[in-house]
Design a protein around this ligand. Structure first.
Ligand code: A2P
Length: 289
């Protein structure tokens, strides 16, 4: 769990994080305190989740130094734009009871806007994030749910290259085009819903591999992502499953089995076959690199 990747700007990021979406249900901070107790230090939140203040309080109550944590947040759609982003960032810091973020992401692209509108909005937002980064108030900046066409716009005009992109990724939903694009550009991928909100846990292949490797289907999902060099952000409300989800560094899925998972039928399959060379691409990024 203390293993890290190095982002393209030299900043270290833990290899697994805890997703906090819906962690505020029940209106308490217990889930977040439990996750810290279970050993998580990298937390993924967003202004939209309503979990920033609980997370800030859980971190404070842990008594651990702020530098031990890797805190990621995101501005919501209405918070985009140059001035709004700066304001949203200050509000996020206040709720988190901190004076810096480890990473800040644009939460979603704006497909409802016209092409020139969303392109300009993304760039204005990015410029504000770059300035906050240059001021040392954010260690790294990135994007969430951005597909190659959105990323191209940022990459064509940015001063600071995105360090990470967060996508929904799990076996059966690997968004090949987006993953490949980020890998080629040296952008780290983070996976939200890495166990597919439990929907893929009964897949015969994952059940078979879970038996073979003496782990759970959820651990197969998470280990598959880890071996692809993708940071999983699992969510759970139980201490037992929180711990289980971190225990994915003590076994290796064989190249052949990685290939079988990578070529599982894909949800929303568009007719494009998964990259036939995927087996050679796996295990490319080693922990620590
Ligand atoms: P619970 O809170 O009861 O653990 P995702 O992160 O893909 O969105 O999935 C989150 C869901 O998966 C939650 O409902 C969570 O329920 C459940 N979950 C988390 N870890 C595991 C696990 N190791 N095995 C089975 N279900 C899990």
């Amino acid at each position: 769990i203390n293993d890290c990747y190095t982002l393209n700007n030299g900043i270290k990021i833990p290899c697994i994080g805890f997703g906090t979406y819906k962690a505020a249900e029940g209106n308490n901070i217990q889930i977040l305190k439990t996750a810290i107790e279970a050993g998580y230090r990298y937390f993924d939140t967003a202004s939209f989740y309503g979990t920033e203040d609980y997370l800030g309080e859980a971190v404070r109550q842990s008594g651990l130094p702020r530098e031990e944590f890797f805190l990621v947040s995101k501005m919501w759609k209405e918070e985009m734009g140059y001035d709004r982003t700066k304001k949203a960032f200050e509000e996020t810091l206040q709720r988190l009871q901190t004076d810096y973020l480890d990473m800040y992401l644009i939460h979603w692209p704006r497909p409802e806007a016209s092409c020139s509108e969303w392109k300009q909005l993304d760039l204005d937002t990015w410029r504000a994030m770059e300035e906050l980064c240059q001021e040392g108030r954010i260690k790294a900046i990135g994007l969430s749910n951005f597909l190659p066409q959105h990323l191209e716009n940022i990459l064509a005009h940015c001063k600071i290259k995105p360090a990470a992109v967060q996508l929904e990724l799990h076996p059966g939903y690997m968004q090949e085009a987006g993953v490949r694009y980020c890998e080629e550009k040296g952008i780290l991928l983070q996976a939200w819903s890495p166990i597919g909100r439990q929907r893929v846990l009964n897949e015969p292949l994952l059940v078979e591999l879970a038996q073979k490797y003496q782990v759970s289907p959820a651990q197969i999902c998470l280990r598959f992502l880890v071996q692809r060099g993708i940071v999983p952000l699992p969510k759970s409300s139980s201490m037992e499953r929180m711990k289980q989800n971190m225990e994915v560094f003590g076994f290796d899925i064989s190249t052949e089995d990685m290939y079988r998972i990578a070529t599982m039928p894909q949800a929303g399959w568009s007719g494009e076959h998964p990259d036939p060379e995927v087996a050679q691409k796996i295990n490319k990024r080693k922990i620590g690199e």
